[in-house]
Design a protein around this ligand. Sequence first.
Ligand SMILES: [Mg+2]
Length: 364
Amino acid sequence: MKLVGAAIYAQYQPFRDGPYRCRGQSEEGFESTILRLETDTGLVGWGEFAPLGSFYSEAFASGARAGLAELLPGLLGCNPLQIADVNCRMDHVMLGQPYVKSAIDMACWDLLGHATGQSLATLLGGRFTDSTALYRSVSQDEPGIMVARALKYVAEGYRRIQVKVGDDPLVDAQRMRAVRAALDDEVLLLADANGAWTLAEALRFTTAMADADYYLEQPCAELDENIALGRHCRQPMLLDESIKTPADLLAAAAAGVSGVTIKVSRVGGITRARLLRDLAVARRMKVCIEDTGGSDIDSAATILMMVSMPRELQMHTVDFMNWVDASNGKGIPQPREGRMLAPRGPGLGIETDPSQLGQPLAVF
Ligand SMILES: [Mg+2]
């Protein structure tokens, strides 16, 4: 089988619930890049990558599009089902830039699923569950506004609320306490600083919140700062932005970090996310597999990666297609009771809808 064609599409995906604020920045939606790959046998595979603006992660939309235009011509003629080889080819001609490669890798897994008639979940080892828990983020704002937003999500069925922190640690503690007081104990609360605090700020927050029940996510930017904080903090810690390589993950596990958030595009696609996921499973860490943004295509990939890992280690994921007013596929069932059901069809299990994408930006 040979790759004979590729097309890059753009889709703007505005947030349903208004601007998303974190680390003093805000964004109105995701600028998604969607990739269509086609083989000489007529099979089609889809991939998606969407950053949250240019400030949230080491990635930006126009960078992805320029990078894809550089990579794709050199991949025509190769066998897209030999996914390890595709990744080697990409790494040979472009060092790093994992977010550029993520949609290509995802589309190759979709092709492999369609070629074999198997779901991505089966290709990754098989389903342990039919669904996994979802969380919703509450952006930084006045405590009353944050409480109202959290209550809205709980009323919609979500049972995990991630409060964005990383601001003044005592103001953040007030926000967390307000949200905690408004929610039933059964609702799991997380405080995610996206690495914005210094160690001193993180220590002030965790001291102020010492008696509360919550998960702390990526308080400081550097792995060693977070490990140092963990010695003083009783709450379980998840690391997100500082886990990029197997060495990062194993160092975090050795230091007692409880879990990881693996964003597919941050690590370069499903292939590399699978490696990190399986290492985390081997170290009995809680795992969240998600991404920086996107709609149905990206959400299908992350839910299928989640359900193909042991139930007790599934942390949660996101239903990005319900965060935005933009669809690019059909087939993911609507969440029930705060859990997202994984699609069952081959590959990513969804029917991508090209009519939502307009004309391609580039065709190869
Ligand atoms: Mg996070």
